[in-house]
Ligand binder design. Structure first.
Ligand code: NDP
Length: 479
């Protein structure tokens, strides 16, 4: 008989925490509790992947209607209505949250709708005042978007706020050049918002393949995004109408800038950029990165060590410095993707409740950026691979049949990076509509260690865009 209230107490009801709790309770028969202070489903379901992808779908219909007319359809496009969409979106999120709650209850997990703190290596304290002991504690508290350290940054919004907008702004400035900035630039432009994007570096999507980044940037500009690279925000303030004398003055002035309440501002904002431009936007979205939710959780007091940006330090089994405390998902800032957090949760259960130490394999993780077109990627970029060993680069770029027929200029890119020595495909990068779907399949072959010759032996599916992945015969270059 255990002397603890629970075998496992999970802090955080997002994808990783819910999966670990369900599997530990349902399959391993452990006595499990989970505390969530906000909505069940976490970032992915409530304010990330799921509502974002639904917005990607919503934003693509305008272009589809335009294309359809070239195919002979006589359609009447009366425009996009945010109120209708967000009503349906909220209902869908309610339904999904309910599914998550039922899954937990169905697995026998006790849930607490409260904020939890670690009191000591075996005790969790809830905001409700209750205290519970547990043999193991799993921290799966995720992360949150951050604003840059800039005067008046609180006037702008972050990605969490997008889904709660009462109406679509006419114009929006997006700061950043990562996943979230680029995805929302495309989504909002597709919904009819005038989008300007400032990115401080030379090219958006740092860390991805250079050629793919270039094509995505071109495609975003073609979509109507006014993308400025090498540009950042230096100041922002409330805009006080046409007589605003501050337009030519430095906008760091803060005396009159405070909004009625300490939160995002609905009225127009004027923004000064590093290139000297001062422009007015209805809204400013900061997509400038995320930070682990590890503050004020009693972690360091309990002996858990935090690394850069507050990430919980863990070993390959997701175990912290305190043997009874584990951490998974974005709060550990390893690879911040939902399926990775789920894998980490499953590996934790296997390690702790099945006595089978299971590290998480963080190599060759396929992923997609849901820009328009999408970017699907797995393995090394050309730049990473050529620093590692001699490579061949197979690459083709073309106008896809469907949109070329409708006189659209957009191009797609299919690219393979191959080791000269082992012949293994080290990386695959696809820029195309549906690239997220394609890269999942390529990811299997590459994870299995497929060589270029294995790709060549595979018969093409014709006519498709992805057939080019198996028909590129001559390397474009070696490096
Ligand atoms: P990223 O880290 O991808 O991007 C942050 C961006 O903000 C970078 O372009 C960065 O520039 C810029 N930035 C950071 N600080 C400042 C500053 N002070 N001023 C101006 N610009 C700044 O973060 P995201 O928030 O876009 O995404 C977070 C994570 O969420 C991703 O890494 C990914 O793991 C996950 N995610 C995955 C998605 C998917 O799978 N499709 C979708 C959305 C998120 P610089 O490059 O110069 O550092």
């Amino acid at each position: 008989m255990s002397t603890f209230d629970y075998d496992l107490f999970v802090i955080g009801g997002g994808s990783g925490g819910v999966r670990a709790a369900r599997v530990a309770a349902g399959e391993a028969g452990a006595k499990v509790a989970l505390a969530e202070e906000d909505r069940y489903g976490g970032t992915c379901v409530i304010r990330g992947c799921v509502p974002k992808k639904l917005m990607v779908f919503a934003s693509s219909y305008g272009g589809m209607v335009e294309e359809a007319t070239h195919y002979g359809w006589d359609l009447l496009n009366k425009g996009f209505d945010w109120t209708t969409f967000s009503g349906h979106l909220n209902k869908e999120l309610d339904r999904l949250e309910d599914v998550y709650r039922k899954l937990l209850a169905g697995s026998g997990v006790t849930t607490y709708d409260a904020r939890a703190r670690v009191k000591d290596p075996h005790t969790v304290e809830l905001s409700s005042g209750e205290t519970f002991t547990a043999k193991h504690i799993l921290i799966a508290s995720g992360g949150r978007p951050i604003r840059p350290d800039l005067p008046n940054a609180h006037l702008g919004i972050v990605s969490d706020d997008i889904f709660h907008m009462e109406s679509l702004p006419k114009s929006m400035l997006i700061i950043g050049g990562g996943y979230i900035a680029c995805e929302f630039a495309c989504i909002l432009a597709g919904l009819g918002v005038e989008v300007t994007q400032y990115y401080r570096g030379a090219q958006i999507l740092r860390g991805f393949d250079e050629e793919a980044r270039g094509l995505i940037a071109d495609s975003m500009r073609e979509l109507g995004v006014d993308l400025h690279t090498g540009t950042n925000i230096v100041g922002m303030d409330c805009y006080r109408g046409e007589d605003d004398e501050g337009m030519d003055a430095p906008v760091e002035v803060t005396q009159y800038a405070m909004p009625a309440k300490d939160g995002p501002k609905d009225g127009p904002l004027k923004v000064k950029a590093t290139n000297g431009d001062v422009k007015v936007f209805d809204q400013v979205l900061f997509a400038t990165g995320r930070r682990p939710n590890s503050d004020d959780m009693g972690l360091e007091e309990a002996g858990v060590t935090l690394g850069r940006g507050g990430a919980i330090e863990v070993d390959e089994y997701s175990q912290t410095k305190v043997p009874s405390i584990y951490a998974i998902g974005d709060v550990t800032d390893r690879v911040n993707l939902t399926p990775v957090a789920i894998r980490e949760g499953m590996a934790f259960v296997e390690t702790v409740f099945h006595g089978n130490p299971t590290p998480v394999d963080h190599t060759l993780i396929p992923s997609a950026v849901f820009t328009q077109p999408e970017l699907g990627t797995v393995g090394l970029t050309e730049e990473q691979a050529r620093d590692q060993e001699p490579i061949e680069v197979y690459c083709t770029s073309f106008r896809p049949m469907q949109s070329a027929f409708a006189d659209k200029h957009g191009r797609v890119l299919m690219k393979l990076i191959v080791s000269q020595e082992s012949r293994k495909v080290l990386g695959c990068h696809i820029v195309a509509p549906g690239a997220g779907e394609m890269i999942q399949m390529a990811g299997i072959a590459i994870k299995m260690g497929a060589t270029k010759e294995d790709f060549d032996r595979t018969v093409a599916v014709h006519p498709t865009m992805s057939e080019e992945i198996v028909t590129m015969r001559k390397p474009m270059r070696t490096a």
